[in-house]
Design a protein around this ligand. Structure first.
Ligand code: 2P0
Length: 289
């Protein structure tokens, strides 16, 4: 009834930003990511029949937002797998939390793995990915090595919404540098931000349409190991997602002045002949491909 698991973060090359079902946490569209080395979450889980509620620590301290999300996930686990106990959860990130470095992706991937091990479930990869998705949509991709594609699925119960491998880690000679522009937590969670865009941004439907186009182009670029095309599509896709955010009312703006400075630097690098492209998630950090 106890286990420790480690899972990596991932960076989306075609982003997930919009849900088709909030209760089951189902994405409105697919996404493509690459799993990252160096940024990871380590989670220890212990079910305990003496506990009356789940006890959660993040980097050694209580964190209200994390506790709420972990309890919701563990409640789903208790109902799905008929478990009577609450749990101790200790989770550590090797990078700043909640600042757009995909901590919920590595966090819920590690927690899903720990649940699988602690309960001896031995879930197949698709079911494990779908389980992680209940915690966080992007977590479904962190259980895949290399390049992952998240399938939005069509089933009402969402069990066909999981990630599979698109290409092995060495399919492309790609490195990712994360430029940290601030370590402050972000002001609006991804879940809130994407729902606000769905409700108020006149560009949201266009964004969802663009994802379908970019998924097709990205699959082709990865299969051809065309790094230039991967970088160009990824940067354009990220800018389209942020256009959707900026068009919301009031706008969702995760960028700071440092974010724009890094974008300028990367544009200069490219002009001077270095292959480099930017992508930005729901936070102020810039990841340079
Ligand atoms: C992504 N993001 O594809 C996109 C890019 C943020 C911007 O996946 O509500 O934390 O937990 O399913 O997974 C962040 O969304 O959202 C995310 P929930 P999640 O990486």
């Amino acid at each position: 009834m106890h286990a420790t698991a480690i899972a990596p973060a991932n960076i989306a090359l075609v982003k997930y930003w919009g849900k088709r079902d909030r209760a089951l946490n189902l994405p409105a569209a697919g996404s493509i990511s690459v799993t990252l080395g160096g940024l990871e979450t380590r989670t220890s889980l212990r079910f305990d029949d003496d506990l009356e509620e789940d006890r959660v620590t993040l980097n050694g301290a209580m964190d209200a937002g994390t506790t709420v999300r972990v309890r919701r996930f563990l409640q789903f686990v208790r109902e799905r797998f008929d478990v009577a106990f609450h749990a101790h959860v200790e989770t550590e990130n090797s990078f700043p939390t909640g600042a757009g470095l995909a901590s919920s992706a590595s966090g819920f991937a590690a927690l899903a793995l720990a649940v699988d091990k602690a309960l001896g479930l031995d879930l197949p990869p698709a079911a494990l990915s779908a389980l992680a998705r209940h915690g966080s949509g992007s977590a479904a991709r962190s259980l895949v090595d290399g390049f992952a594609e998240m399938h939005p699925g069509t089933r009402e119960d969402g069990e066909d919404a999981y990630a599979t491998q698109l290409a092995a880690p060495d399919a492309l000679p790609l490195s990712v540098v994360a430029a940290i522009t601030t370590t402050a937590p972000k002001t609006m969670s991804s879940s809130e931000g994407m729902e606000h865009c769905r409700k108020t941004s006149p560009y949201h439907a266009a964004w969802i349409g663009q994802v379908a186009i970019d998924l097709e182009a990205m699959r082709t670029a990865i299969a051809a190991a065309d790094l230039g095309a991967v970088g160009e599509i990824a940067e354009h896709n990220a800018m389209c997602m942020h256009a959707d955010m900026l068009a919301a009312r009031p706008p969702v703006r995760y960028w700071n002045a440092g974010t724009v400075t890094v974008l300028d630097h990367v544009a200069e690098l490219r002009t001077s002949g270095t292959d480099a492209w930017c992508t930005i998630d729901a936070g102020p950090q810039v990841k340079v491909l």
